[in-house]
Ligand binder design. Structure first.
Ligand SMILES: [Zn+2]
Ligand SMILES: [Zn+2]
Length: 133
């Protein structure tokens, strides 16, 4: 995965986990943006992305609310994070087979789990071939 960072006030934030949030050392970019404008976030409160797109950290897309209210917004009865379903799908060209696919995951690079697996296997084989030389 290419390392992509966002620069905010001279500090770099990274997407290190699959949940879509930008972080630096346990701090969240969207919370930094929010508190940078409105001041401290009350204890136990979360900052919500109004359009559910965690890449959109503009202040007008952020809204603070009690953590309990925030969690109930995101968690469906089956425990799946609702935001992942509300993000507008985008089209991508699979990095393995070149097929166009529609994905909601903005980090996705492959059309299918099979292609992701195949790409991983080829990378390992390439590394082994490299090591043999
Ligand atoms: Zn939220
Ligand atoms: Zn593919």
């Amino acid at each position: 995965m290419p390392a992509i960072s966002i620069d905010y006030n001279g500090v770099k934030f990274w997407k290190t986990t699959g949940d879509g949030y930008w972080r630096r050392k346990g701090r969240y970019l969207h919370r930094e943006v929010y508190s940078g404008t409105y001041g401290n976030i009350p204890h136990g409160w979360h900052v919500h992305h109004i359009d559910n797109n965690r890449d959109n950290n503009r202040i007008d897309n952020l809204k603070a609310m009690p953590g309990r209210e925030h969690n109930s917004r995101h968690t469906r009865t089956d425990g799946v994070d609702r935001a992942q379903y509300l993000i507008k799908p985008r089209s991508l060209i699979c990095a393995q087979c070149g097929t166009e696919a529609i994905k909601r995951n903005t980090q996705a690079r492959y059309c299918s789990p099979e292609c992701r697996m195949r790409a991983g296997i080829l990378r390992v084989q390439a590394r082994k071939a490299e090591a043999r030389r």
